[in-house]
Ligand binder design. Structure first.
Ligand code: GDP
Length: 442
């Protein structure tokens, strides 16, 4: 196994940058680069000088060593915190290469952690989700996933299916015996139990997408109702900090905000910035498309004007549609007395807490019980669907008194699909695909 090194902090200038080294020679590489006579004590930050081959000091750094297996990767690890200049960091890294380390591939640290049993795949993915989380709920879900919320459910299903498989095996070994009705019933009930659990897990996929990628939100309404004012007020309130997730495509998103614990991506806001109805401007098709793919429609109306028809959003009947009655700081038009909607003022900020709450109610309920939920990603969903379809086939086999061997084949393929979620199968392709989305040094 090679010893790898990479800069773990983002490229650019900062106060500090961190270089990670992992592998059997990690401690020796550090010792050579710092020209120390004795190894560093483990788990103690120690001031060191990284030196060039001629003894010149390249940088003064803090170094911490971790001895295998008690490290992130499970291997011997050393972490160097050096000054955060691009040149100085690069020089230190080159010195580590000269002392025997080789450059790490993107995601290689996490891959080693996975291969050494320090993380399962859902936990490795959760690390990426934590890095990219754009809202509190997303962060929370990623942390639950890192703590094993998804793996535990999947592992429980695997254990139950293994029991069923063991049971079936007995009948395969004694082909003269038919499966008894009691056994059939017990196996059927185990299968439907697993099916229910996996279906519940698969149902978190929508929430998972919204948490990971944000809620695609369109603000719509007639000219002068206060769309831009509302947008500016929301942006001033809580502008979201977001980083792009590798491997996901999205439209040009102009602004993101966090509201009600969720990340809202305001799509197609171009029309908002200029005055006039976005729908009636040139970008009609673009706006249509935005409406069709939206997860949330916020329709702004001017409450001081006569009651208006709601915006035609039939093209997207699935997305929740919140009506915001703006300018509630002014007297409301009498025709709106019985209209339901969130009354707010972009001018004074009145009513914004109600908007927060409405969004939290919409999406927090979608993500299930907030305290325990970890929501599956698209890869998990795909595997869950495969597992469910194999389970249905196995259940049908039991029902129709198929040969136990045939039922076992379906069980095996359900187990393989579930194994792919946590990575407890040997599929190199899958691993390469997952870890290649990691950033260097992770
Ligand atoms: P848009 O065309 O829908 O983007 O509307 P604007 O945000 O440009 O607002 C149109 C006008 O309404 C501007 O003069 C705003 O100052 C005013 N306005 C927007 N929101 C409010 C509000 O909550 N209260 C009051 N009194 N005026 C508002």
């Amino acid at each position: 196994m090679s010893t790898i090194a990479a800069i773990a902090t983002p490229p650019g200038v900062g106060a500090l940058s961190v270089i990670r080294i992992s592998g059997p020679k990690a401690h020796a590489v550090l010792q050579a680069a710092t020209a120390r006579k004795t190894p560093l004590p483990p788990r103690m930050a120690t001031l060191v000088h990284v030196r060039a081959a001629n003894g010149d000091v390249l940088d003064e750094c803090m170094a911490t060593c971790f001895a295998s297996p008690a490290s992130f990767t499970g291997e011997d690890v050393a972490e160097l915190t050096c000054h955060g200049g691009m040149l100085v960091t690069q020089r230190v890294l080159e010195r580590l290469f000269a002392c025997g380390a080789s450059p790490a591939e993107p995601g290689e640290f996490s891959r080693r952690a996975f291969e050494n049993g320090k993380l399962d795949l859902t936990a490795a993915e959760a690390i990426m989700d934590i890095i990219h989380a754009g809202s509190d709920l997303a962060l929370h879900a990623a942390q639950s996933q890192l703590a094993g919320a998804i793996s535990r459910t999947v592992q429980a299903a695997i254990d139950t299916l293994l029991n069923v498989a063991a049971h079936l095996e007995a009948y395969i070994d004694f082909p003269e015996e038919d499966i008894s009705p009691q056994s059939t019933e017990a196996m059927q009930s185990s299968l439907s139990e697993v099916e229910a659990e996996l279906t519940r897990l698969a149902a978190t996929a929508d929430a998972g997408r919204l948490l990971r990628e944000g809620v695609r939100t369109v603000i719509l309404g007639a000219p002068n109702v206060g769309k831009s004012s509302l947008l500016n007020r929301l942006l001033g309130f809580e502008r979201a900090i977001v980083s792009p997730i590798p491997g996901t495509t999205r439209d040009t998103v102009e602004e993101s905000i966090t509201l009600g614990g969720m990340l809202l991506r305001l799509i197609d806001t171009a029309g908002l910035r200029s005055s006039g109805d976005a729908i009636e401007q040139e970008g009609v098709e673009r706006t249509r498309q935005a409406l069709r793919s939206a997860d949330l429609l916020l329709e702004v109306q001017d409450a001081t004007t006569p009651l208006a028809e709601l915006h035609e959003s039939a093209e997207n009947a699935n997305a929740p549609h919140l009506v915001l009655l703006n300018k509630c700081d002014l007297p409301e038009h009498p025709s709106r007395r019985h209209q339901s909607g969130i009354r707010l003022s972009a001018l004074t900020g009145e009513g914004l807490p109600e908007l927060h709450q409405a969004i939290a109610d919409l999406f927090a309920t979608q993500s299930g019980e907030r305290d325990t939920v970890a929501a599956v990603n698209a890869r998990h969903l795909h595997a869950l669907r495969d597992a469910l379809s194999s389970l249905h086939a196995a259940a049908a086999g039991l029902e129709n008194r198929a040969l136990p061997e045939l039922i076992a084949v379906d069980l095996r393929s359900a187990l393989d699909s579930l194994g792919a979620i946590t990575g407890k199968i040997d599929t190199d392709d899958l691993l390469t695909r997952i870890f290649s989305t990691f950033c260097l040094g992770k």
